[in-house]
Design a binder for this molecule. Structure first.
Ligand SMILES: [Zn+2]
Length: 424
């Protein structure tokens, strides 16, 4: 299968070079070609042809940290008790929700998430999943749903001891059975919910499968307080001593409440930091500051939504007071996820994944001022077509792979079941 994007204004996502081109994206080929004679290509390969005159074409986007499992929470009623701090938000909202998830709800959540990602231009998702009473097989369900929509993935199960040793063991079992046959990460919830024994087993598994750990780090001060009380050390020191930071595949999510010594440990390691500024605002836990982390910073949505352009814009605006960020570094953080995936040999994020933007700005638009348009202009409403691995998955803002209406109808039924179960 292949698709020919005719007469596109192509923006090289690395160099920001603009050129008017015909672009051929093929399945099973990680690169794109710019054919000299499109007529010959059309005759020989019979690609799907999309007229991109006056349209922008560039590499599609990817989500650095997501929680598909939270997708059915939108519009949900208030919890039985009103949370007054971050730990209570987890206990009364998310840890109540994830305990009620069953396979049907997990599948609906993943389909809804994949559709939202695709329509927002993302063709790759790094997900962090939790369903403590439906652990076994959960990663396969999410993968199936993502692939049905046409979104590639790097999955993990977020193991923790918060629901007891049995559930923790199931989390690690699900992880290892997944990693036997698929690319993925070893997920842990956060330092404060992970025992020394679970942490040790997770790092052993990370080494055995030559992968990384995906964990929330110092999202709230609570994580540090518990770590100091129970382990007599700070979170990054604990994770570092356990070996978590030894892998360039490791993802440290949030990293808000860190001392300089911890920032240095991260900076001197190959591990990555993932910023989720809107989630931090929503949970009122603090502000991200990229100081001393080096270049290995990327962006996620933390399950808030699936719109990476919005995440980039939010990182830029929230960073004005507490972070050192400008148009260019906001764009780099937005695109760093491709470097993370590529440098670590993960598949599914090739150059044959593209987005067609219907963006008709009122001002000149070129390589030099691209970053200004990126922050203040281009939005998800401009995403017209999306090509994932050489396959068109969104055409004229409509999914081509699944019926969005059918998925939403069935998701609403699953949401009603979930909300009812949560209120029981
Ligand atoms: Zn998260």
């Amino acid at each position: 299968m292949s698709v020919l994007l005719k007469n596109a204004t192509y923006i090289d996502w690395k160099t920001l070079e603009f050129s008017v081109q015909d672009i051929l994206a093929e399945e099973n080929r990680n690169s794109i070609t710019l054919p000299g004679d499109p007529g010959e290509v059309i005759r020989k390969q019979k690609p799907e042809v999309i007229d991109c005159s006056g349209k922008i074409v560039t590499k599609s986007f990817a989500v650095g940290h997501h929680h598909a499992y939270s997708a059915l929470a939108r519009g949900m009623g208030a919890p039985k008790r009103s949370p007054e701090n971050f730990l209570e938000i987890l206990k009364y909202v998310w840890w109540t929700l994830d305990k009620c998830l069953d396979p049907e709800m997990i599948e609906a959540s993943a389909l809804v998430t994949a559709i939202a990602c695709a329509k927002a231009g993302s063709t790759f998702v790094i997900d962090h999943h939790s369903s403590p009473f439906a652990v076994k097989g959960s990663l396969g369900i999410i993968a199936g749903a993502f692939e049905k929509v046409g979104v590639s993935h790097l999955l993990c199960y977020e193991t923790s001891d918060r629901d007891g040793q049995q559930v923790a063991a199931e989390g690690l079992e699900e992880t290892s059975s997944w990693l036997e046959h698929h690319q993925g990460l070893v997920g842990l919830h956060a330092s404060f919910t992970v025992s020394n024994n679970t942490l040790k087993q997770a790092v052993e598994m990370m080494n055995r499968f030559n992968t990384g750990i995906h964990i929330h780090v110092a999202e709230d001060l609570h994580d540090q307080d518990i770590c100091l009380r129970e382990h007599g050390k700070r979170v990054v020191q604990r994770l570092s001593e356990a070996g978590v930071l030894n892998s360039p595949k490791t993802l440290l999510i949030h990293c808000l409440h860190l001392e300089n010594s911890e920032r240095e440990i991260i900076c001197n390691s190959p591990a990555w930091v993932v910023e989720n500024s809107e989630s931090n605002l929503n949970n009122n836990v603090g502000y991200f500051d990229g100081a001393c982390f080096g270049e290995n910073i990327m962006l996620g949505t933390d399950g808030m939504h699936s719109d990476m352009l919005q995440s980039a814009r939010s990182a830029f605006f929230n960073g004005q007071r507490y972070d050192t960020i400008n148009y260019e570094s906001a764009y780099r953080r937005f695109r760093n996820v491709h470097r993370y995936l590529n440098e670590n040999g993960f598949t599914g994020d090739g150059e044959n994944s593209l987005v067609v933007l219907d963006y008709d700005p009122p001002t000149p638009f070129n390589s030099d001022n691209f970053p200004g348009h990126f922050i203040f202009g281009i939005g998800t409403h401009n995403v017209r077509d999306v090509i994932s691995g050489g396959r068109v998955i969104v055409r004229d803002r409509q999914l081509t792979t699944v019926s969005e209406a059918d998925v939403m109808t069935s998701a609403r039924k699953q949401a009603e079941r979930l909300w009812k179960k949560m209120s029981e």
